[in-house]
Design a binder for this molecule. Sequence first.
Ligand code: BG6
Length: 517
Amino acid sequence: MTNEIDEPRHPFLNGLSKHRGAPPTVVVIFGASGDLTARKLVPAIFNLGLDNLLPGEFHLIGYGRKPIADAVFREIMDEAIGEHSRRPLNKEVWDRVRQNMTYHSGGYDDAEAFASLAEKIDQIEAGLGRDVQRLFYVSTPPSVFEPIINNLGRSGMAKAHVGTKLASKVIIEKPFGRDLGSARALNAAINEVFEEPQVYRIDHYLGKETVQDLLVQRFGNSIFEPLWNREHVDCVQITVAESLGVGTRGGYYDTSGALRDMIQNHTMQLVALTAMEPPVSLDPEAIRDEKVKVLKAIQPLELKTDGGDVVRGRYTGGVVDGAPVESYMEAEGIPADSTTETYAALRLSINNWRWQGVPFYIRSGKRMARRASEIAIQFKRPPGILFSEGDKFDVAQNTMVIRIQPDEGVTLVMNSKIPGLETRTQPVKMHFRYATTFGSNTPEAYERLILDAMIGDSTLFIRGDETEASWKLITPILEHWQACGQNGLAEYAAGSWGPSASVRLLSEKGHQWRRSG
Ligand code: BG6
Protein backbone atom coordinates (compact mmCIF):
# COMPACT_ATOMS: atom_id res chain seq x y z
CA MET A 1 0.00 0.00 0.00
CA THR A 2 1.46 3.30 -0.96
CA ASN A 3 1.98 5.94 1.66
CA GLU A 4 1.27 8.71 -0.80
CA ILE A 5 -2.11 10.29 -0.37
CA ASP A 6 -3.26 13.51 -1.89
CA GLU A 7 -4.30 15.39 1.15
CA PRO A 8 -4.04 14.03 4.69
CA ARG A 9 -7.27 14.93 6.44
CA HIS A 10 -8.39 14.40 9.99
CA PRO A 11 -11.39 12.09 10.53
CA PHE A 12 -13.06 14.70 12.70
CA LEU A 13 -12.06 17.66 10.61
CA ASN A 14 -15.34 19.41 11.33
CA GLY A 15 -14.88 18.80 15.02
CA LEU A 16 -11.34 20.09 14.83
CA SER A 17 -12.33 23.33 13.24
CA LYS A 18 -14.68 23.85 16.18
CA HIS A 19 -11.67 23.59 18.48
CA ARG A 20 -10.54 27.08 17.67
CA GLY A 21 -13.61 28.32 19.45
CA ALA A 22 -13.02 26.75 22.89
CA PRO A 23 -14.66 29.24 25.27
CA PRO A 24 -12.95 30.92 28.22
CA THR A 25 -12.34 28.08 30.66
CA VAL A 26 -11.25 27.38 34.21
CA VAL A 27 -10.00 23.82 34.58
CA VAL A 28 -9.97 22.45 38.12
CA ILE A 29 -7.99 19.25 38.59
CA PHE A 30 -8.97 17.24 41.68
CA GLY A 31 -6.03 15.07 42.66
CA ALA A 32 -3.57 17.69 41.44
CA SER A 33 -0.65 16.36 43.45
CA GLY A 34 -1.12 12.93 41.88
CA ASP A 35 0.89 11.17 39.25
CA LEU A 36 -1.55 11.63 36.34
CA THR A 37 -1.57 15.41 36.68
CA ALA A 38 2.20 15.63 36.32
CA ARG A 39 2.66 12.84 33.78
CA LYS A 40 -0.27 13.46 31.46
CA LEU A 41 -2.71 16.27 32.22
CA VAL A 42 -0.53 19.35 32.59
CA PRO A 43 1.83 18.27 29.76
CA ALA A 44 -1.26 17.80 27.57
CA ILE A 45 -2.47 21.31 28.45
CA PHE A 46 0.95 22.76 27.64
CA ASN A 47 0.97 20.97 24.27
CA LEU A 48 -2.48 22.35 23.49
CA GLY A 49 -1.00 25.76 24.24
CA LEU A 50 1.82 25.07 21.79
CA ASP A 51 -0.75 24.33 19.10
CA ASN A 52 -2.64 27.49 19.95
CA LEU A 53 -5.66 25.46 20.96
CA LEU A 54 -6.18 26.83 24.45
CA PRO A 55 -8.79 29.52 24.82
CA GLY A 56 -7.44 33.05 25.21
CA GLU A 57 -8.79 33.12 28.77
CA PHE A 58 -7.54 29.95 30.40
CA HIS A 59 -7.03 29.25 34.11
CA LEU A 60 -5.89 26.08 35.81
CA ILE A 61 -6.55 25.37 39.48
CA GLY A 62 -4.97 22.34 41.07
CA TYR A 63 -7.01 20.98 43.99
CA GLY A 64 -5.60 18.53 46.51
CA ARG A 65 -5.54 17.61 50.15
CA LYS A 66 -1.88 18.46 50.59
CA PRO A 67 -1.28 22.13 51.35
CA ILE A 68 1.02 23.42 48.58
CA ALA A 69 1.81 27.06 47.86
CA ASP A 70 0.97 28.32 44.36
CA ALA A 71 4.65 28.94 43.65
CA VAL A 72 5.61 25.42 44.68
CA PHE A 73 2.80 23.91 42.59
CA ARG A 74 4.09 25.84 39.58
CA GLU A 75 7.61 24.57 40.20
CA ILE A 76 6.38 20.98 40.40
CA MET A 77 4.58 21.50 37.10
CA ASP A 78 7.74 23.07 35.58
CA GLU A 79 9.48 19.79 36.29
CA ALA A 80 6.55 17.80 34.92
CA ILE A 81 6.80 19.65 31.61
CA GLY A 82 10.55 19.04 31.48
CA GLU A 83 10.11 15.34 32.09
CA HIS A 84 6.86 14.40 30.40
CA SER A 85 5.96 16.82 27.64
CA ARG A 86 5.75 15.38 24.12
CA ARG A 87 7.52 18.46 22.81
CA PRO A 88 10.25 20.55 24.42
CA LEU A 89 9.57 23.54 26.60
CA ASN A 90 8.58 26.75 24.87
CA LYS A 91 9.00 29.29 27.60
CA GLU A 92 6.67 31.88 26.17
CA VAL A 93 3.78 29.43 25.83
CA TRP A 94 4.42 27.79 29.18
CA ASP A 95 4.63 31.16 30.96
CA ARG A 96 1.23 32.05 29.59
CA VAL A 97 -0.27 28.84 31.05
CA ARG A 98 1.74 29.12 34.23
CA GLN A 99 0.78 32.66 35.14
CA ASN A 100 -2.86 31.58 35.43
CA MET A 101 -2.12 28.44 37.40
CA THR A 102 -2.91 28.24 41.11
CA TYR A 103 -3.41 25.64 43.79
CA HIS A 104 -6.32 25.25 46.16
CA SER A 105 -5.97 22.90 49.09
CA GLY A 106 -8.85 21.20 50.80
CA GLY A 107 -10.47 17.90 51.61
CA TYR A 108 -12.79 16.28 49.12
CA ASP A 109 -15.61 16.24 51.64
CA ASP A 110 -14.88 19.72 52.92
CA ALA A 111 -17.84 21.90 51.95
CA GLU A 112 -16.02 25.09 52.98
CA ALA A 113 -13.06 24.38 50.74
CA PHE A 114 -15.49 23.91 47.84
CA ALA A 115 -17.25 27.16 48.73
CA SER A 116 -13.95 29.02 48.64
CA LEU A 117 -13.08 27.32 45.33
CA ALA A 118 -16.39 28.57 43.96
CA GLU A 119 -15.53 32.07 45.14
CA LYS A 120 -12.13 31.89 43.52
CA ILE A 121 -13.71 31.05 40.17
CA ASP A 122 -16.32 33.80 40.62
CA GLN A 123 -13.44 36.22 41.15
CA ILE A 124 -11.76 35.04 37.97
CA GLU A 125 -15.01 35.73 36.14
CA ALA A 126 -15.32 39.15 37.75
CA GLY A 127 -11.70 39.96 36.83
CA LEU A 128 -12.29 38.99 33.22
CA GLY A 129 -15.61 40.76 33.10
CA ARG A 130 -17.19 37.76 31.36
CA ASP A 131 -18.58 34.31 32.08
CA VAL A 132 -16.29 31.28 31.93
CA GLN A 133 -16.82 27.58 31.56
CA ARG A 134 -15.90 25.41 34.56
CA LEU A 135 -14.29 22.10 33.68
CA PHE A 136 -13.79 19.79 36.65
CA TYR A 137 -11.30 16.99 36.13
CA VAL A 138 -11.69 14.25 38.74
CA SER A 139 -8.38 12.43 38.85
CA THR A 140 -8.53 10.98 42.34
CA PRO A 141 -8.94 7.53 43.84
CA PRO A 142 -12.53 6.35 43.25
CA SER A 143 -13.35 6.42 46.97
CA VAL A 144 -13.68 10.22 46.78
CA PHE A 145 -15.54 10.50 43.46
CA GLU A 146 -18.89 10.81 45.17
CA PRO A 147 -17.91 13.40 47.82
CA ILE A 148 -16.39 15.55 45.06
CA ILE A 149 -19.50 15.29 42.90
CA ASN A 150 -21.76 16.05 45.85
CA ASN A 151 -19.73 19.09 46.82
CA LEU A 152 -19.74 20.36 43.25
CA GLY A 153 -23.52 20.14 43.52
CA ARG A 154 -23.84 21.74 46.94
CA SER A 155 -21.52 24.62 46.16
CA GLY A 156 -23.58 25.46 43.06
CA MET A 157 -20.59 25.01 40.74
CA ALA A 158 -22.16 22.09 38.88
CA LYS A 159 -25.07 24.23 37.78
CA ALA A 160 -23.06 27.25 36.67
CA HIS A 161 -24.27 28.52 33.28
CA VAL A 162 -26.37 25.41 32.67
CA GLY A 163 -28.37 25.73 29.49
CA THR A 164 -25.59 27.67 27.76
CA LYS A 165 -22.38 26.69 25.99
CA LEU A 166 -20.53 27.56 29.17
CA ALA A 167 -22.32 24.91 31.26
CA SER A 168 -19.96 23.25 33.77
CA LYS A 169 -18.53 19.90 32.75
CA VAL A 170 -17.03 17.07 34.74
CA ILE A 171 -14.40 14.64 33.48
CA ILE A 172 -14.15 11.40 35.42
CA GLU A 173 -11.12 9.15 35.29
CA LYS A 174 -11.35 5.40 35.59
CA PRO A 175 -12.08 3.16 37.36
CA PHE A 176 -15.75 3.81 36.73
CA GLY A 177 -17.14 1.41 39.30
CA ARG A 178 -15.92 -2.06 40.28
CA ASP A 179 -18.91 -3.97 38.99
CA LEU A 180 -22.38 -3.34 37.61
CA GLY A 181 -23.87 -2.36 40.98
CA SER A 182 -21.21 0.20 41.84
CA ALA A 183 -21.15 1.62 38.29
CA ARG A 184 -24.92 2.12 38.46
CA ALA A 185 -24.65 3.74 41.88
CA LEU A 186 -21.92 6.07 40.61
CA ASN A 187 -23.95 7.00 37.54
CA ALA A 188 -26.93 7.72 39.76
CA ALA A 189 -24.83 9.89 42.10
CA ILE A 190 -23.38 11.83 39.16
CA ASN A 191 -26.73 12.29 37.48
CA GLU A 192 -28.18 13.70 40.70
CA VAL A 193 -25.84 16.63 40.25
CA PHE A 194 -24.93 16.80 36.56
CA GLU A 195 -27.03 16.31 33.44
CA GLU A 196 -25.62 13.50 31.29
CA PRO A 197 -24.36 15.90 28.56
CA GLN A 198 -22.18 17.57 31.20
CA VAL A 199 -20.44 14.27 32.04
CA TYR A 200 -17.25 13.13 30.30
CA ARG A 201 -16.14 9.63 31.34
CA ILE A 202 -12.59 9.08 30.19
CA ASP A 203 -11.24 6.04 28.44
CA HIS A 204 -7.86 7.19 27.22
CA TYR A 205 -7.86 4.53 24.46
CA LEU A 206 -10.49 6.60 22.65
CA GLY A 207 -8.01 9.46 22.54
CA LYS A 208 -5.49 7.36 20.63
CA GLU A 209 -5.19 8.32 16.97
CA THR A 210 -5.36 4.73 15.80
CA VAL A 211 -8.54 4.06 17.73
CA GLN A 212 -10.20 7.11 16.19
CA ASP A 213 -8.92 5.98 12.81
CA LEU A 214 -10.88 2.75 13.18
CA LEU A 215 -14.05 4.59 12.17
CA VAL A 216 -12.33 6.04 9.13
CA GLN A 217 -10.86 2.70 8.10
CA ARG A 218 -14.26 1.07 8.40
CA PHE A 219 -16.63 3.70 7.09
CA GLY A 220 -14.37 5.86 4.96
CA ASN A 221 -13.30 3.06 2.64
CA SER A 222 -15.72 1.31 0.38
CA ILE A 223 -13.48 -1.75 0.05
CA PHE A 224 -13.69 -2.98 3.64
CA GLU A 225 -17.21 -2.39 4.90
CA PRO A 226 -18.94 -4.71 2.40
CA LEU A 227 -16.80 -7.54 3.80
CA TRP A 228 -17.23 -6.60 7.46
CA ASN A 229 -19.82 -9.20 8.41
CA ARG A 230 -20.54 -12.87 9.00
CA GLU A 231 -20.55 -13.66 5.29
CA HIS A 232 -16.86 -12.88 4.96
CA VAL A 233 -15.29 -12.67 8.40
CA ASP A 234 -14.17 -15.90 10.04
CA CYS A 235 -13.17 -14.43 13.41
CA VAL A 236 -11.91 -11.25 15.03
CA GLN A 237 -8.97 -11.19 17.42
CA ILE A 238 -8.27 -8.22 19.65
CA THR A 239 -5.05 -8.23 21.62
CA VAL A 240 -3.98 -5.59 24.12
CA ALA A 241 -0.65 -6.93 25.35
CA GLU A 242 1.80 -5.14 27.61
CA SER A 243 5.36 -6.23 28.29
CA LEU A 244 5.46 -4.20 31.51
CA GLY A 245 4.59 -5.78 34.84
CA VAL A 246 2.68 -4.07 37.63
CA GLY A 247 5.75 -2.11 38.74
CA THR A 248 5.05 -0.15 41.90
CA ARG A 249 1.26 -0.18 41.31
CA GLY A 250 0.85 -3.61 42.91
CA GLY A 251 -1.36 -2.29 45.73
CA TYR A 252 -3.86 -0.82 43.27
CA TYR A 253 -3.54 -3.54 40.67
CA ASP A 254 -4.23 -6.39 43.04
CA THR A 255 -7.66 -4.91 43.79
CA SER A 256 -8.34 -4.64 40.08
CA GLY A 257 -6.84 -7.30 37.79
CA ALA A 258 -6.76 -7.49 34.01
CA LEU A 259 -10.51 -7.78 33.59
CA ARG A 260 -11.30 -4.54 35.40
CA ASP A 261 -8.12 -2.70 34.47
CA MET A 262 -8.07 -3.34 30.72
CA ILE A 263 -10.90 -5.52 29.42
CA GLN A 264 -14.03 -3.84 30.83
CA ASN A 265 -13.00 -0.46 29.49
CA HIS A 266 -10.27 -0.24 26.82
CA THR A 267 -10.70 -3.62 25.17
CA MET A 268 -14.50 -3.49 25.17
CA GLN A 269 -14.31 -0.08 23.51
CA LEU A 270 -12.21 -1.64 20.76
CA VAL A 271 -14.82 -4.38 20.39
CA ALA A 272 -17.61 -1.80 20.18
CA LEU A 273 -15.87 0.30 17.53
CA THR A 274 -14.93 -2.76 15.50
CA ALA A 275 -18.36 -4.37 15.59
CA MET A 276 -20.84 -1.48 15.68
CA GLU A 277 -23.19 -0.60 12.84
CA PRO A 278 -22.49 2.53 10.80
CA PRO A 279 -23.77 5.52 12.78
CA VAL A 280 -26.16 7.85 10.97
CA SER A 281 -23.73 10.74 11.48
CA LEU A 282 -20.55 11.61 13.34
CA ASP A 283 -22.68 13.17 16.02
CA PRO A 284 -21.54 11.94 19.48
CA GLU A 285 -24.92 10.48 20.37
CA ALA A 286 -25.23 8.67 17.03
CA ILE A 287 -21.88 6.97 17.57
CA ARG A 288 -22.51 6.15 21.20
CA ASP A 289 -25.97 4.75 20.41
CA GLU A 290 -24.38 2.25 18.02
CA LYS A 291 -21.68 1.29 20.51
CA VAL A 292 -24.26 0.58 23.21
CA LYS A 293 -26.36 -1.50 20.83
CA VAL A 294 -23.49 -3.77 19.98
CA LEU A 295 -22.36 -4.12 23.61
CA LYS A 296 -25.89 -5.16 24.49
CA ALA A 297 -25.90 -7.77 21.72
CA ILE A 298 -22.97 -9.66 23.26
CA GLN A 299 -24.24 -12.89 24.76
CA PRO A 300 -23.65 -13.77 28.43
CA LEU A 301 -20.49 -15.84 28.65
CA GLU A 302 -20.30 -19.49 29.55
CA LEU A 303 -18.43 -19.68 32.85
CA LYS A 304 -16.74 -22.87 34.00
CA THR A 305 -13.61 -23.54 36.03
CA ASP A 306 -12.33 -25.69 33.24
CA GLY A 307 -13.56 -24.74 29.79
CA GLY A 308 -16.14 -22.12 28.86
CA ASP A 309 -15.63 -18.71 27.31
CA VAL A 310 -13.07 -17.18 29.65
CA VAL A 311 -9.48 -17.88 30.67
CA ARG A 312 -7.48 -16.08 33.32
CA GLY A 313 -3.81 -16.25 34.15
CA ARG A 314 -1.08 -14.84 36.35
CA TYR A 315 2.54 -14.41 35.33
CA THR A 316 5.41 -16.23 36.94
CA GLY A 317 9.04 -15.13 36.63
CA GLY A 318 10.48 -15.12 33.15
CA VAL A 319 12.44 -13.13 30.62
CA VAL A 320 11.14 -9.97 28.99
CA ASP A 321 13.19 -8.08 26.40
CA GLY A 322 16.16 -10.27 27.24
CA ALA A 323 16.13 -9.44 30.97
CA PRO A 324 14.95 -11.70 33.79
CA VAL A 325 11.88 -10.39 35.60
CA GLU A 326 10.16 -11.35 38.84
CA SER A 327 6.79 -13.02 39.14
CA TYR A 328 3.58 -11.16 39.95
CA MET A 329 3.55 -12.65 43.44
CA GLU A 330 7.01 -11.21 44.11
CA ALA A 331 6.02 -7.69 43.08
CA GLU A 332 5.70 -4.99 45.74
CA GLY A 333 2.34 -4.85 47.50
CA ILE A 334 0.89 -8.21 46.40
CA PRO A 335 -0.71 -10.17 49.26
CA ALA A 336 0.36 -13.78 49.64
CA ASP A 337 -3.20 -15.04 49.11
CA SER A 338 -3.83 -12.97 45.98
CA THR A 339 -6.04 -14.52 43.31
CA THR A 340 -5.81 -11.53 40.96
CA GLU A 341 -5.41 -12.25 37.26
CA THR A 342 -2.79 -10.41 35.21
CA TYR A 343 -4.16 -11.89 31.99
CA ALA A 344 -7.68 -12.45 30.75
CA ALA A 345 -9.01 -13.82 27.48
CA LEU A 346 -12.67 -13.94 26.46
CA ARG A 347 -14.56 -15.51 23.58
CA LEU A 348 -17.48 -13.26 22.72
CA SER A 349 -20.54 -14.01 20.62
CA ILE A 350 -22.34 -11.02 19.23
CA ASN A 351 -25.84 -12.08 18.52
CA ASN A 352 -26.93 -9.64 15.86
CA TRP A 353 -27.59 -9.76 12.13
CA ARG A 354 -24.05 -8.83 11.19
CA TRP A 355 -22.03 -11.01 13.52
CA GLN A 356 -23.97 -14.09 14.55
CA GLY A 357 -21.58 -17.06 14.55
CA VAL A 358 -18.37 -14.99 14.26
CA PRO A 359 -16.29 -15.36 17.42
CA PHE A 360 -14.59 -12.27 18.81
CA TYR A 361 -11.54 -13.35 20.79
CA ILE A 362 -10.15 -10.71 23.08
CA ARG A 363 -7.18 -10.84 25.44
CA SER A 364 -5.11 -8.54 27.55
CA GLY A 365 -2.21 -9.20 29.86
CA LYS A 366 0.80 -7.79 31.64
CA ARG A 367 4.31 -9.13 31.12
CA MET A 368 3.53 -10.61 27.76
CA ALA A 369 6.11 -11.20 25.06
CA ARG A 370 5.80 -7.75 23.52
CA ARG A 371 3.83 -4.55 23.81
CA ALA A 372 1.36 -5.07 21.01
CA SER A 373 -2.21 -3.87 20.71
CA GLU A 374 -4.01 -4.79 17.56
CA ILE A 375 -7.32 -5.70 16.02
CA ALA A 376 -7.13 -8.52 13.50
CA ILE A 377 -10.04 -9.22 11.18
CA GLN A 378 -9.53 -12.70 9.81
CA PHE A 379 -11.47 -13.34 6.61
CA LYS A 380 -12.85 -16.62 5.32
CA ARG A 381 -10.92 -18.50 2.69
CA PRO A 382 -12.02 -18.49 -0.93
CA PRO A 383 -13.70 -21.66 -2.24
CA GLY A 384 -11.20 -24.50 -2.07
CA ILE A 385 -11.24 -25.29 -5.78
CA LEU A 386 -8.09 -23.82 -7.18
CA PHE A 387 -5.53 -23.60 -4.43
CA SER A 388 -6.13 -26.60 -2.24
CA GLU A 389 -5.45 -30.30 -2.06
CA GLY A 390 -8.14 -32.31 -0.35
CA ASP A 391 -9.04 -30.36 2.72
CA LYS A 392 -5.62 -28.67 2.88
CA PHE A 393 -5.52 -25.10 1.66
CA ASP A 394 -2.49 -23.64 -0.06
CA VAL A 395 -3.53 -20.11 0.70
CA ALA A 396 -3.51 -18.25 3.98
CA GLN A 397 -6.56 -16.50 5.34
CA ASN A 398 -6.69 -12.85 4.41
CA THR A 399 -6.26 -10.73 7.49
CA MET A 400 -6.57 -7.04 8.11
CA VAL A 401 -4.54 -6.02 11.12
CA ILE A 402 -5.10 -2.62 12.65
CA ARG A 403 -2.08 -1.92 14.81
CA ILE A 404 -3.16 0.30 17.69
CA GLN A 405 0.35 0.50 19.14
CA PRO A 406 3.30 0.44 18.73
CA ASP A 407 4.25 0.85 15.07
CA GLU A 408 0.76 2.21 14.45
CA GLY A 409 -0.71 1.30 11.10
CA VAL A 410 -2.67 -1.19 9.07
CA THR A 411 -1.43 -4.39 7.46
CA LEU A 412 -3.28 -6.48 4.93
CA VAL A 413 -2.23 -10.09 4.61
CA MET A 414 -3.00 -11.55 1.20
CA ASN A 415 -1.76 -14.33 -1.03
CA SER A 416 0.57 -13.97 -3.94
CA LYS A 417 2.23 -16.25 -6.46
CA ILE A 418 5.86 -16.88 -5.79
CA PRO A 419 7.67 -15.94 -9.01
CA GLY A 420 8.77 -19.04 -10.89
CA LEU A 421 7.61 -21.71 -13.26
CA GLU A 422 5.41 -23.50 -10.73
CA THR A 423 2.24 -22.09 -9.17
CA ARG A 424 3.17 -21.76 -5.56
CA THR A 425 1.58 -19.24 -3.23
CA GLN A 426 2.84 -17.28 -0.30
CA PRO A 427 1.12 -14.88 2.09
CA VAL A 428 2.45 -11.34 1.60
CA LYS A 429 1.77 -8.12 3.49
CA MET A 430 0.80 -4.61 2.48
CA HIS A 431 1.69 -2.08 5.11
CA PHE A 432 0.48 1.37 5.93
CA ARG A 433 2.53 3.03 8.68
CA TYR A 434 1.37 6.23 10.34
CA ALA A 435 4.91 7.30 11.12
CA THR A 436 5.95 7.04 7.46
CA THR A 437 2.93 8.88 6.11
CA PHE A 438 2.18 11.40 8.81
CA GLY A 439 5.39 11.62 10.86
CA SER A 440 5.66 10.30 14.39
CA ASN A 441 4.82 13.31 16.54
CA THR A 442 1.07 12.81 16.89
CA PRO A 443 -0.88 14.29 19.80
CA GLU A 444 -1.16 12.30 23.00
CA ALA A 445 -4.56 10.88 23.90
CA TYR A 446 -5.03 13.36 26.76
CA GLU A 447 -4.46 16.36 24.51
CA ARG A 448 -7.33 15.34 22.30
CA LEU A 449 -9.59 14.44 25.20
CA ILE A 450 -9.06 17.61 27.23
CA LEU A 451 -9.57 19.72 24.13
CA ASP A 452 -12.76 17.85 23.20
CA ALA A 453 -14.16 18.31 26.70
CA MET A 454 -13.37 22.03 26.53
CA ILE A 455 -15.26 22.44 23.30
CA GLY A 456 -18.09 20.17 24.44
CA ASP A 457 -17.55 17.28 22.04
CA SER A 458 -18.33 14.05 23.88
CA THR A 459 -17.77 11.65 20.97
CA LEU A 460 -14.64 10.14 22.50
CA PHE A 461 -16.08 9.76 26.00
CA ILE A 462 -18.12 6.94 27.48
CA ARG A 463 -21.81 7.46 28.10
CA GLY A 464 -23.38 6.12 31.30
CA ASP A 465 -25.37 3.36 29.57
CA GLU A 466 -22.25 2.22 27.70
CA THR A 467 -20.31 1.66 30.88
CA GLU A 468 -23.25 -0.21 32.39
CA ALA A 469 -23.62 -2.44 29.33
CA SER A 470 -19.97 -3.39 29.57
CA TRP A 471 -20.12 -4.05 33.32
CA LYS A 472 -23.20 -6.19 32.81
CA LEU A 473 -21.15 -8.56 30.70
CA ILE A 474 -18.07 -8.49 32.92
CA THR A 475 -19.61 -8.67 36.40
CA PRO A 476 -20.69 -12.36 36.25
CA ILE A 477 -17.10 -13.27 35.32
CA LEU A 478 -15.77 -11.40 38.35
CA GLU A 479 -18.28 -13.14 40.59
CA HIS A 480 -17.43 -16.51 39.11
CA TRP A 481 -13.70 -16.00 39.61
CA GLN A 482 -14.21 -14.81 43.13
CA ALA A 483 -16.13 -17.99 43.90
CA CYS A 484 -13.38 -20.12 42.30
CA GLY A 485 -10.46 -18.60 44.25
CA GLN A 486 -7.20 -20.04 42.91
CA ASN A 487 -9.07 -22.72 41.02
CA GLY A 488 -8.70 -22.12 37.28
CA LEU A 489 -6.09 -19.37 37.65
CA ALA A 490 -3.52 -20.56 35.10
CA GLU A 491 0.13 -19.55 35.19
CA TYR A 492 2.14 -18.18 32.31
CA ALA A 493 5.79 -17.29 32.13
CA ALA A 494 6.56 -13.57 31.94
CA GLY A 495 7.62 -12.92 28.36
CA SER A 496 5.20 -15.45 26.84
CA TRP A 497 1.88 -14.92 25.05
CA GLY A 498 -0.19 -15.97 28.06
CA PRO A 499 -1.39 -19.27 29.56
CA SER A 500 -1.64 -22.29 27.29
CA ALA A 501 -5.28 -22.61 28.37
CA SER A 502 -6.05 -19.61 26.17
CA VAL A 503 -5.23 -21.68 23.09
CA ARG A 504 -8.30 -23.81 23.79
CA LEU A 505 -10.65 -20.84 23.51
CA LEU A 506 -9.77 -20.62 19.83
CA SER A 507 -8.96 -24.21 18.95
CA GLU A 508 -12.46 -25.29 19.98
CA LYS A 509 -13.70 -23.27 17.01
CA GLY A 510 -10.85 -24.22 14.66
CA HIS A 511 -8.88 -20.99 15.19
CA GLN A 512 -5.55 -20.00 16.64
CA TRP A 513 -4.12 -16.78 18.03
CA ARG A 514 -2.29 -14.80 15.40
CA ARG A 515 0.65 -14.23 17.69
CA SER A 516 1.40 -17.05 19.99
CA GLY A 517 5.09 -17.73 19.82
C1 BG6 B 1 -4.38 1.93 32.10
C2 BG6 B 1 -4.17 0.76 33.01
O1 BG6 B 1 -5.74 2.25 32.01
O2 BG6 B 1 -3.90 1.62 30.80
C3 BG6 B 1 -2.71 0.36 33.07
O3 BG6 B 1 -4.62 1.09 34.33
C4 BG6 B 1 -2.19 0.12 31.67
O4 BG6 B 1 -2.54 -0.82 33.85
C5 BG6 B 1 -2.51 1.31 30.76
O5 BG6 B 1 -0.79 -0.09 31.74
C6 BG6 B 1 -2.14 1.01 29.33
O6 BG6 B 1 -2.25 2.18 28.59
P1 BG6 B 1 -1.37 2.39 27.27
O7 BG6 B 1 -1.84 3.70 26.74
O8 BG6 B 1 0.06 2.39 27.72
O9 BG6 B 1 -1.66 1.24 26.38
